[in-house]
Design a protein around this ligand. Structure first.
Ligand SMILES: [Fe+2]
Ligand SMILES: [Fe+2]
Length: 393
């Protein structure tokens, strides 16, 4: 096993080559459930060691979901039908966002992330002094990194939404799914346009995000794909979008995020509707427990491992160790807010779909996540309410 201590003591060039192995090993050693580990391990090798997301060329992933046809076209799920109607009414055109706004990430009045996102005093205490301009540039790098991960996540969401639309057994769900495919396409469009024309910078996909997407796209069980994408990754997205929405002073990005968050609120709502009855009535107890364990491990993975090492490699590789960077990022106020918003959205949804039994609760409790248990789930909360909550915070 490659420990942090061993990595820290290697010459820099060797360390850089060895670190992906350390990442994969850490991911595997931190995943305590053997079944979950078996399902994530191949994706961890492809994502962290082979770095499939970093090759610049197209990545081909095998995927074999069963396509569920129904030639009788039933009205089989009134709540999904209602969501479909709402989704049609709430479609929007990315071209209508105020793209004329001039974005200058280095202007302190219009910063993409407010200065409080990172704790610059803590950096100074560890001996790293940045000028005001460097602080703003680091802040802007962090914003580009986050937006780049949003974009890569949206590409995964686009394909996963298409697969879920094929596989779901509710006809009303298929019609709704078609609107989600359109939504995710629009999200790819607007995030890419923002990065390309306003930030002029695109980071590669984070290894851990690549592990999750790889594992979802290739899983042939439709409900695991659904759980991963519609509940876990959408929860992660709502946490990250909500944090950025709260912390940005840039009006174009704020408007863009507001529109995207309202779409994502419908996507999670759909996930809750589709999985609630399936987990309750269709699965055996052992199958349900397997999903429950998987969701818990992925929740921890999302909490512990999105540490923007790509920004570290660009800024601080010669100045601090990865471990010091991980501690700095984990303690920064922006990431703390991200974890809070993410779990506030995610935990009630897991409860609602039946993946928070008394068996798993102590694990969430030990991870400090039971505080969110009593919150409103996506089926009880509209996009407008989510935005109102973020505005009031
Ligand atoms: Fe999306
Ligand atoms: Fe989505």
């Amino acid at each position: 096993m490659i420990s942090d201590k061993v990595l820290d003591n290697l010459p820099q060039e060797i360390r850089r080559r060895a670190e992906p192995y350390g990442e994969a090993v850490q991911l595997m050693t931190q995943t305590s459930n053997a079944k979950v580990l078996r399902s994530l391990a191949p994706s961890a090798v492809r994502g962290s060691i082979l770095q499939r997301g970093h090759q610049g060329a197209p990545t081909l992933m095998p995927s074999h979901p069963k396509v569920y046809f129904d030639w009788t076209y039933p009205n089989d799920h009134p709540e999904m039908r209602e969501l479909y109607t709402r989704a049609k009414e709430q479609q929007w055109n990315g071209d209508d966002l105020p793209w004329h706004i001039d974005v200058d990430p280095e202007n302190p009045e219009k910063q993409i992330l407010s200065r409080e996102f990172m704790d610059f005093d803590a950096l100074r205490a560890s001996g790293i002094r940045l000028t005001n301009l460097e602080e703003r540039r680091l802040n802007s790098s962090m914003a580009s990194w986050m937006l780049s991960q949003f974009l890569h996540g949206e590409q995964g969401a686009l394909f996963a939404a298409a697969q879920v639309t094929e596989a779901v057994q509710f006809f009303d769900g298929k019609l709704y799914g078609a609107t989600q495919v359109m939504d995710e396409g629009r999200h790819v469009e607007v995030f890419h346009r923002y990065l390309d024309t306003k930030m002029n910078k695109l980071y590669q996909i984070n290894d851990n995000l690549s592990v999750i997407i790889d594992s979802l796209i290739q899983d042939s069980r439709w409900d695991v794909k659904f759980l991963g994408m519609q509940i876990m990754v959408e929860g992660l997205a709502l946490g990250a979008f909500g944090t950025m929405y709260q912390m940005t002073k840039e009006p174009l990005l704020k408007e863009l995020l507001k529109m995207v968050i309202q779409d994502e609120a419908r996507h999670v709502h759909y996930g809750v509707l589709a999985l609630r009855d399936h987990f309750r009535y269709e699965l055996s107890e052992s199958e349900r427990q397997e999903r429950e364990d998987w969701a818990f491990e992925v929740a921890l993975l999302m909490r512990n491992r999105f540490l923007s090492f790509e920004v570290y490699e660009e800024w601080f590789e010669h100045k601090m160790t990865r471990k010091e960077w991980a501690a700095f990022v984990t303690a920064s106020p922006g990431f703390a807010l991200f974890r809070q918003v993410m779990f506030k959205r995610l935990v009630p949804n897991l409860r609602e779909i039946g993946l928070m039994s008394d068996r798993i609760k102590p694990h969430y409790d030990r991870a400090g996540l039971m505080d969110y248990f009593g919150g409103a789930s996506a089926s009880q909360l509209s996009g407008d309410q989510m935005i109102a909550e973020l505005d009031a915070a």
